[in-house]
Each structure stands twice: as C-alpha cells, then as structure tokens.
Write a protein that binds this ligand. Structure first.
Ligand SMILES: [Zn+2]
Length: 411
C-alpha cells in the first residue's frame, strides 16, 4: 500500500469514527419533579427542551432537529468535491438569479443535481448500517398494514361496505423511504429543462419527517435513523411504529367517513379539542371551522397511531420474549417505555411550542398548523389508554387518569 492510499484510508476511517460517535439521539432524562399522571408531555420533554431550546425549523421536532444538525456536519465533512465545485457553483448562481435569490431552494436544487451521488454512496455516514434499518422500517410498515387490515376486518363497529372500501385502500398502500439515489448520466445533461422546485424536492430526504399522499407513506431519513439510536431495540421500533401508524391513519380516514362509528369519533374529538383553552385563540370560524374541526384529521390519525402501535408493541414484545426464551421481561416497564417513546417523538423546541396558532401569510391570517399542539397530542393521547394509568399507577384525581369517556374505539 502506498503512502497516499494509506492517508486516504485513514482519513476515511477518521470520518467514519466521527460519524458513529457523534450523538444522533436525545438521551435527556425524564423530569422526575413532574407527575407523569398530570403532565406527561412535560415529564418526558421538559429536560429535552431545555437542552435544545431553539430551532429555526418550522416543524421543530427535536429528534428531527438533532438529525439535521448531524446531517449538516457530515455534509461539511464531505464538502463539494473539487471536480464538481465550479459546475455546482455555476448552477447555483443561475438558480439564484432565476429564483429571486431563494437560497434554500437553490442550495437544495444544486445538491440534488450534483451531490446526490456523493450522498448516496456515503449513506452509511449519515446513518450507520442504513440497509439494515431500511429493511426494519419496511418490516414495521408491513406488520402495521397487516394488523390494521385485520382489525378493520374483524370489527363489528364498521359496516361491511365501509370495511371493503377501507381494506381495498389499505391493500394499495405502500412505504416510500426517501433517500438520495445514484443519478443516471443524463441527470447531468445540460440541455434538459430545469425546474428548480422539482429538483429541490428531490433533496427532501434529510428534512421531511413523514407524510402521506395517494396512499403512499413517505418517511424521511430522520425517521429511519430512530432505528439506529442507543435506546433498546424495542423503543426504537415503537418510535418508528408510531410515526408510520399515524400516516396509515390518514389513509384509513377517507373510506371511514360517514360510518356511524366515524360520526361518534368525529363528535368526541371535536368536543375534546374545542374544549381546550387553546381553541379560544383560534381564528373564530376560519372557513366556518372550529379548532376541533380544523385539527380533526390529524387527531384521528393520532388515535389510529396510538391504538395500532400499542398492539404492535405487544407483538414485538412477544416476539422478543420468544427469541430470548425469557419468561417475562417486566411488563410494567415495557408499557412505560411504550408511552415514553410515543411522547419523545413529539418533543418540540420552545420556539415551536410557543408558535402562535394563527400566522400572517401573503396579507392573510391563516392557521399555522393542522396539528394540535404537541402537548395535547401527547397528553390527550395517553389518557385514552387504561394501560397508561396502570403503568404509571395514576390515581383517580390525576388529570391524565383514564376514564371510560376518553375511550374511543375505531374498530
Ligand atoms: Zn398527519
């Protein structure tokens, strides 16, 4: 081995070590000064929020912010290779001129065009053992989809015609894991017409968390990396399972609308969210909608996510117990872990938590977010689950103690 390749190899090794050692996860301890039965979100998230007070990101979910910071560091280590630097800069300058100096757009478009190959080849620097985690995410999706179909099939709360429609739609659903892809030669062809917006959207894998469109569930790399964090394997699976199950909830909603069970859930969720102090600050009659109505589809998906991923955690638990031939690994702790991993997904920065409900956009006042605030998504979510009260041994007077009126069965 000559001296140059030795240097290159040791450099590569150095980059690798750095990537593995860098903290990609948030291990902030729970806040034991807070009673989880009254303020579960604060119990799980307050220390994390103190540690990561600000974010410039509009989503502000801390797990994704941490990942983006990690991505930024890896990108700066990779740099723009010398041989493409001048093309990269030329392209970016052209874009800036054409697009009113929109730096985010042009940086994204230039990266998608010139650096995607580099990112794809180095995917293991961004997420160590990427292929294993990709496989795991697909397994989680398939299991959730299968169980959701089974639940709908077996339910006596849903009419046959709605069942058939829902099952057909669920069968069509698929998971898309967004990631940099090796570009074919003609992606670099100078003669093709360039749509900077489209190009920039190809660079979304580092920034998107998850969304659903046309029965496709898209997850970004910040979700895949949850499978790589230092928590127990089961906690990682729970976190990803919550996120994917929420997106499956969006697919279920459409065929579900109009069933008697839907009306009951719609009314209950609407009242629950309209009753929040928060709802008084919501633009009165935004398109004739109340706060509970405006956030309904997201709240419905959260409801699906909680019920589906809870079942999934039980299945994963049984599987692990069978594999390890252990009799039982402290069930109470497992339940606690499940709810904690649920809440962790929602921990947001202070800036995000204090974001006004209404923002001004192109001289109009519009709602800032179709989701309810994270604190409600967590606290109202866990109080529906009798298992939560049992796990944390909540007393009847505690705010988040289970009451039958909170129990909303979808299937
Ligand atoms: Zn959603």
């Amino acid at each position: 081995m000559n001296i140059t390749s030795k240097i290159i190899l040791s450099l590569l090794f150095f980059i690798n070590i750095n990537a593995c050692n860098r903290s990609q996860s948030d291990d902030s301890p729970l806040n034991f000064n807070i009673n989880p039965c009254d303020h579960f979100y604060e119990y799980v998230c307050s220390n994390t929020r103190e540690r990561y007070p600000f974010s410039n990101d509009k989503q502000g979910f801390i797990f994704a912010d941490i990942f983006r910071l990690h991505v930024k560091n890896i990108k700066s280590e990779l740099g723009v290779p010398e041989e493409i630097r001048s093309n990269f800069n030329k392209f970016k300058d052209q874009c800036l001129e054409a697009e009113n100096n929109n730096l985010n757009l042009c940086q994204g478009a230039a990266e998608a065009r010139y650096l995607q190959n580099l990112y794809a080849k180095n995917i293991n620097l961004f997420i160590p053992n990427f292929l294993d985690h990709e496989k795991k995410a697909n397994e989680i999706f398939n299991r959730l989809k299968f169980n959701l179909i089974q639940n709908v099939q077996k339910s006596d709360l849903i009419d046959e015609s709605i069942k058939n429609k829902a099952i057909a739609e669920m069968n069509e659903s698929q998971l898309i894991i967004q990631q940099p892809k090796l570009q074919e030669e003609d992606a670099n062809n100078e003669n093709i017409k360039i749509d900077y917006e489209v190009l920039n959207s190809l660079n979304d894998y580092f920034y998107n968390i998850a969304h659903e469109k046309d029965k496709k569930v898209f997850i970004g790399l910040s979700v895949v990396q949850l499978l790589n964090t230092s928590h127990s394997n089961k906690t990682n699976i729970n976190s990803v399972s919550h996120i994917i199950a929420h997106e499956l909830g969006h697919i279920l909603l459409n065929p579900f609308i109009g069933s008697p069970q839907w009306s009951y859930i719609f009314k209950s969720l609407r009242e629950e969210f309209n009753d929040l102090e928060e709802s008084k600050n919501f633009l009165p009659n935004f398109f004739g909608l109340t706060y509970g109505e405006y956030t309904f589809s997201e709240n419905f998906s959260d409801l699906v996510a909680m019920q589906l991923s809870y079942e999934d955690s039980l299945l994963a638990q049984n599987e692990m117990e069978e594999n390890s031939k252990n009799s039982k690994i402290g069930t109470n702790n497992n339940e606690k872990e499940f709810f904690i991993s649920y809440a962790k997904n929602f921990c947001t920065t202070k800036r995000h938590a204090e974001m006004p409900l209404i923002v001004s956009y192109e001289n109009k006042l519009i709602p800032a977010d179709m989701h309810a605030r994270a604190v409600y998504r967590v606290d109202l979510g866990v109080r529906r689950m009798p298992q939560f009260s049992e796990a944390f041994q909540c007393a009847a007077h505690n705010k988040l103690s289970f009451k039958p009126v909170f129990d909303l069965k979808i299937w």
